[in-house]
Ligand binder design. Structure first.
Ligand code: AMP
Length: 192
């Protein structure tokens, strides 16, 4: 089973993807994590995307599609969770083609529904907790980048809600619920 977790920054996609990895032996494909890894290891691509990411803008479709293409060749285990990908309509089309090429299907698109005030609190809170623990804070976890990240979500990513709705694939869960409740809602959708 292959699924997309859709939702704005701070909606809880990464957390819920982690639960799905634990519960169902699925593979989490987070393009954000892959890009941060490239940046931290100082690859050419990493250097190219660092500034764009810190500002909160989207990196090019070509780069993220290339990252996902590579991962789809590997072990499929209990299926893929696409976390933070696709983020544009072009990426969504590309994902459909990539899955078809490797004989896979997309089984569900789960939208984590939240509101902006909660996102700002969560992300600013995440940064404060990380700093208090003495760990490096994400360069884009600040209020200015967050505004740009939210705008990128509404402008470029939220059209995917209509796109997948039209394909009959979209399922919404209340992302404002407690984490275990969201986890249970997602499980119920996948077990249907
Ligand atoms: P995330 O960890 O998913 O919040 O992603 C962090 C940053 O990485 C984003 O703000 C973008 O700059 C970049 N990024 C991650 N995934 C994508 C994607 N699918 N398309 C374009 N940019 C992405």
């Amino acid at each position: 089973m292959n699924i997309i977790l859709l939702g704005p920054p701070g909606a809880g996609k990464g957390t819920q993807a982690g639960f799905l990895v634990e519960d169902r032996d699925m593979i989490q494909l987070s393009t954000g994590d892959m890009l941060r890894e490239a940046k931290d290891s100082g690859t050419e691509m990493g250097k190219l995307v660092a500034g764009v990411m810190a500002r909160g803008e989207l990196v090019t479709d070509e780069i993220v599609i290339g990252l996902i293409r590579e991962k789809l060749q590997g072990d499929k285990k209990g299926g893929f969770i696409f976390d933070g990908f696709p983020r544009t309509l072009a990426q969504a089309d590309a994902l459909g083609e990539l899955l078809e090429d490797c004989g896979e299907t997309l089984d569900a698109v789960i939208e984590l529904e939240v509101n902006d005030e909660v996102l700002v609190d969560r992300i600013v809170g995440r940064a404060a907790e990380t700093a208090a623990a003495g760990k490096p804070v994400r360069a884009d976890d600040n209020e200015e980048s967050l505004k740009i990240r939210l705008m990128a979500y509404y402008k470029q990513t939220s059209p995917l809600i209509g796109y997948y709705h039209a394909k009959g694939m979209l399922q919404g869960v209340d992302g404002l619920d407690e984490m275990p409740a969201v986890r249970a809602d997602i499980a119920a959708i996948l077990d249907k």
